[in-house]
Design a protein around this ligand. Structure first.
Ligand SMILES: *[C@@H]1O[C@H](CO)[C@@H](O)[C@H](O)[C@H]1NC(C)=O
Ligand SMILES: *[C@@H]1O[C@H](CO)[C@@H](O)[C@H](O)[C@H]1NC(C)=O
Ligand SMILES: *[C@@H]1O[C@H](CO)[C@@H](O)[C@H](O)[C@H]1NC(C)=O
Length: 518
């Protein structure tokens, strides 16, 4: 534009232009600051800023999310229950904000959060894993992560739907289905949402909650996050407490955030990570938590110097050239942002073995029986007290629980186990060997900071070793199904994974809200 003007007039023009630009930008700033007009894509940072500038209250915010739930949930079925006390908690947060020193409140103070329905709350909400069998059961206390969330001042907005029993009842049931809530839907396609933390991902994707929490045993955070174009963090096993979470396996279960942005997910992680004496694994694992927490790693230059491994076996998308092209473009971006791509890493047979081995199922089956029985036994009151009771309940209520359609094969297989015999011991030994000779060797030999894989296909490798992964929106495949790019690392590598994920997110900004019509 400047070339159109003579050099002499340019200074005059440019100073005029500067004034003009300054006016526009200060006006844009003013609009942004004063207009918390919509919850659409609102980040924790946006919300806290609006609180600070008296443009928004937690009560107003909860009302907006409840309105969105009323509008969208009949179609999407991402929310099982809303908390009758959410507005009371919002008023309490608004009151506290008035009297506490600025900066003394946590990032989650006054922020409405949705919890997967396998996370216990000792309040008016039920905790049922989506099953009628646990409706009316009374939990002994809040889950460890809920205690931490309440302490941080978060508002428990409600319970998110899920694949029933976190996908450990039946192989035949589709992702996102549970008896109480019905079939959850992907807001981008109105098809399957992935699972098992389906409702958590659906809800934040469709702006029905500010942030959410899911759980993962193998893929249950990473898969729905990928398919619903949101960010998921599956923490190192034991970084977050599993106490009060309806379990599958203490060896693999992990509780983590599902949110629209990496920063939001990191604020949630900061609130929930740490020691809980009802889950002893958190004591050992707490050594991984950096002083000052995880938010300090939200570094937009976080890709610089990071060594990222690429195993091409994960990059086979059939004839879907759209996803192939998008992924290659992302690899280019990672390189341009200073990452060192260690490409064409050999896929050892041992790596492939993770996918063909039955060891994980063998171990999980016996573990599920052990841990679900322990969970049910600890309830203050409950219609069911054991896996045996659960199976009987489903038979008795076969219509309600759709037993004819979906069966309960995983329950029955688990019920047939008898502790940790030779088969289970051999399975556990095999999983340890696959981890040691597979992922750990790959990462250490090549000095990798993360393994980069599209979608959530890497989840079994991370699952069996208790490793963390962060997934970030990456695009859409040829069927317009969203997918993410996943960064997996060794235990305790969350700081690096967050830097990498945030660097990628800031360089690409793929996330956008769904546009379906109701
Ligand atoms: C919990 O379940 C009971 C049915 O047993 C129901 O009456 C109640 O409304 C549920 N709680 C919430 C918060 O939806
Ligand atoms: C945690 O460890 C302590 C000491 O070993 C033990 O007494 C306690 O029962 C354990 N708690 C749980 C919840 O496993
Ligand atoms: C590959 O092409 C076939 C035939 O056109 C089609 O049916 C199939 O859905 C395509 N696969 C993918 C992954 O797009």
């Amino acid at each position: 534009m400047a070339t159109k003007y003579s050099p002499l007039s340019f200074p005059v023009f440019s100073s005029l232009l500067l004034i003009l630009l300054a006016t526009i930008s200060s006006r844009a700033e003013a609009i942004k600051v004063h207009g918390f007009s919509s919850i659409k894509e609102a980040t924790v940072h946006d919300i806290q800023l609006a609180f600070k500038q008296n443009q928004l209250t937690s009560r107003k915010l909860v009302e907006l999310y409840l309105k969105q739930i009323t509008r969208l949930n009949p179609v999407l079925k991402g929310v099982l229950e809303v908390n009758p006390d959410a507005l009371y908690q919002a008023d309490k947060a608004d009151h506290e904000r008035k009297f506490k020193a600025p900066g003394s409140l946590s990032a989650l103070h006054g922020i409405p959060i949705l919890l997967k329905d396998n996370i216990a709350t000792k309040d008016k909400l039920n905790t049922t894993a989506g099953s009628y069998a646990l409706l009316g059961s009374v939990v002994p206390r809040d889950a460890g992560v809920v205690t931490k969330l309440r302490k941080a001042g978060a508002i428990i907005l409600g319970k998110a739907s899920l694949s029933e029993w976190s996908y450990w009842r039946s192989n035949a049931a589709p992702s996102g289905w549970n008896a109480r809530g019905g079939q959850g839907k992907n807001p981008y396609t109105l098809g399957y949402p992935g699972g098992s933390s389906s409702g958590s991902a659906i809800s934040v994707a469709a702006n029905m909650a500010a942030v959410s929490i899911g759980t993962e045993t193998d893929g249950s955070i990473l898969s729905p996050s990928s398919k619903n174009l949101v960010v998921g963090i599956k923490p190192t096993v034991g970084l977050t407490s599993r106490a009060g979470v309806i379990p599958i396996s203490q060896r693999q279960d992990s509780v983590g955030p599902i949110c629209r942005t990496v920063a939001d997910a990191v604020y949630v992680l900061d609130a929930i990570a740490g020691i809980d004496h009802n889950d002893n694994a958190t004591i050992q694992t707490s050594r991984y938590i950096p002083k000052g927490g995880y938010a300090q790693f939200l570094n937009s230059d976080g890709l610089r110097g990071k060594r990222l491994g690429i195993v091409r076996a994960f990059y086979n998308f059939g004839n879907d050239t759209i996803i192939s092209r998008t992924v290659e473009q992302h690899l280019k971006t990672l390189r341009q942002r200073g990452a060192i791509l260690v490409d064409n890493l050999e896929i050892a047979n041992i790596f492939r073995d993770v996918y063909s081995s039955s060891s994980e199922d063998t171990a999980l089956s016996a573990e599920f029986k052990k841990y679900i029985n322990a969970y049910l036994k600890e309830l203050v009151s409950s219609p069911v007290r054991s896996l045996t009771d659960l199976i009987a309940f489903n038979k008795k209520n076969s219509k309600l629980e759709r037993l004819d359609t979906y069966g309960q094969d995983l329950f029955i297989t688990a019920e047939a186990t008898n502790g940790f015999g030779n088969a289970e011991k051999a399975a556990l030994k095999n999983l340890a060997k696959l981890t040691r000779e597979g992922f750990v060797t790959l990462m250490t030999k090549n000095k990798l900071d993360a393994l980069v894989t599209p979608r959530s296909d890497v989840s079994p490798i991370l699952a069996i070793g208790g490793f963390p992964g962060v997934i970030v929106p990456a695009g859409f495949d040829s069927h317009k199904v969203p997918f993410g790019l996943c960064f997996g690392g060794l235990k305790g590598s969350e700081p690096k994974l967050i830097e990498i994920a945030y660097g990628f997110e800031q360089a690409t900004k793929i996330r956008k809200p769904p546009t379906f019509k109701t």
